[in-house]
Ligand binder design. Structure first.
Ligand code: PNS
Length: 163
């Protein structure tokens, strides 16, 4: 059985992430969306909140599980018997960092493969950081970039009153 892990900070999840997760559900038997529990990154949302957004938005996929991890990704994957890391590539600028990550992960765990998917072009500019930056000033501008549960929370965080 192929068990794929889609790792990330997901702070918060965007439609770009969801595109990769949904495509992974079709390519692999089982998909674990693994949220990095890293306080050093100073996330906007707690790991529980980030997992909750993901759980709500992936609940219709029977082969998706949302979990969190800390430490090395490959150690977490060994615990889960997972053999594939799935990453999205948005642009050439992602490539160098992702190449480095794939190389170190392969050195640490030679039997774990990293698979890359090209991000759907409509999300090629999208990142959680950009979403947070725009939402701070105008949350409605990100309504087509994040799922409704995330949009609602961003509006509350940035204290935007509904008309
Ligand atoms: O969404 P992000 O922040 O780009 O995700 C990065 C993530 C979580 C995939 C990456 O930071 C990661 O795998 N961290 C766990 C630590 C690890 O295994 N690092 C690689 C070897 S140094």
């Amino acid at each position: 059985m192929s068990i794929a892990v889609v790792p990330g900070s997901f702070d918060p999840v965007t439609y770009g992430h969801l595109d990769i997760i949904v495509r992974a559900t079709k390519a692999f038997d089982y998909v674990i969306v693994a949220v990095l529990n890293n306080r050093a990154k100073n996330p906007m949302f707690t790991v529980e909140e980030r997992m909750h957004f993901l759980q709500e938005t992936t609940s219709s996929y029977s082969n998706v599980q949302v979990d969190s991890f800390d430490g090395l990704l490959v150690d977490y994957m060994k615990q889960k018997n997972a053999n594939v890391i799935v990453k999205g590539l948005r642009a050439i600028s992602d490539f160098e960092y992702e190449l480095q990550m794939a190389a170190i992960n392969r050195k640490l765990a030679p039997t774990i493969e990293t698979f890359f998917m090209m991000t759907n072009h409509q999300f090629s500019f999208l990142s959680s950081s950009i979403v947070k930056e725009v939402a701070r000033y105008n949350p409605d501008e990100v309504s087509d970039l994040v799922p409704p549960n995330v949009l609602k929370e961003l509006k509350e965080r940035f204290n935007v009153k509904e008309p």
